[in-house]
Design a protein around this ligand. Structure first.
Ligand code: HEC
Length: 167
C-alpha cells in the first residue's frame, strides 16, 4: 500500500508532468533511507565538516548544535537540537543526509551549496554531536519501537579529534 502510493507519487513527479512537483521530491527514496555513509570518517573530514557547520548550520542550530543559534528565535519552527541522542538515534544516516540535502522548512536545502561528500561529512559531525552511531535501519523496519542506543563513537564536541578509523 505504502509502496504503491510512493510509486504513484514517483510517476506523478517524474512521469506525467516531466518535472518534480513541489513537495513531492521531499519524500526520501528507499535507497537513500538505508544508505551507509559512503565517506570515511577522518580528522580532516571532520575539520572540513566543522567549517561547513559554522558557515551553514550555526546560525540556526547554534555553535554546539543545541538549536540555539542567533536566528533560532526568529524562525517559525524551532531548529532541532542536534545533541538530542534519542531523536538522532531514530534517524538513519540517509535521513540526516536527505534532510541536509533537501532541507526541511524553514531549513534550506544544501544540495546546491555543499558537495555530496561535504553533506555526508556533516552526517558524521551530527553523529558526533549527538553521541549516536551510524544507523542504516529505518525506524519503521525496526518495528517502530526501536530502542535508540546512543553510544559514544565520536567526540561530543564538534571540535575534538578522533582516531579517524571509523568504518
Ligand atoms: C534557517 C535555519 C536552519 C539552517 C541554516 C539549518 N537548519 Fe537544520 N533545521 C532547522 C529547523 C527549523 C529544523 C526542524 C524542522 C522541523 O522540525 O521540521 C531543522 C532540522 C534539522 C535536522 C533534523 C533533526 C531531527 O531530529 O529531526 C538536521 C539533521 C539538521 N537540521 C541539520 C542541519 C545541518 C547539518 C545544517 C547545515 C548544513 C542545517 N541543519 C542548517 C533549521 C535550520
Amino acid at each position: 500500500m505504502a509502496v504503491l502510493w510512493r510509486l504513484a507519487l514517483a510517476s506523478l513527479a517524474f512521469g506525467a508532468f516531466g518535472f518534480q512537483m513541489p513537495g513531492l521530491e521531499d519524500k526520501i527514496p528507499d535507497n537513500v533511507l538505508i544508505r551507509k555513509n559512503p565517506v570515511a570518517l577522518s580528522d580532516s573530514l571532520l575539520a572540513k565538516a566543522r567549517d561547513n557547520f559554522a558557515d551553514n548550520c550555526l546560525p540556526c542550530h547554534g555553535a554546539e548544535g543545541k538549536g540555539d543559534g542567533p536566528l533560532a528565535t526568529s524562525l517559525a519552527t524551532r531548529p532541532k537540537d542536534l545533541t538530542n541522542a534519542r531523536e538522532l538515534a531514530e534517524m538513519t544516516d540517509g535521513e540526516i543526509f536527505w534532510t541536509i540535502t533537501k532541507g526541511r522548512r524553514p531549513m534550506p536545502a544544501f544540495d546546491q551549496k555543499l558537495m555530496d561528500d561535504e553533506r555526508w561529512g556533516l552526517v558524521h559531525l551530527v553523529r558526533g554531536i549527538s553521541h549516536t552511531r551510524p544507523n542504516t535501519t529505518p525506524k519503521a523496519a525496526a518495528g517502530g519501537s526501536a530502542k535508540p542506543q546512543p553510544q559514544r563513537v565520536a567526540p561530543a564536541s564538534a571540535g575534538a579529534a578522533t582516531d579517524g578509523k571509523k568504518k
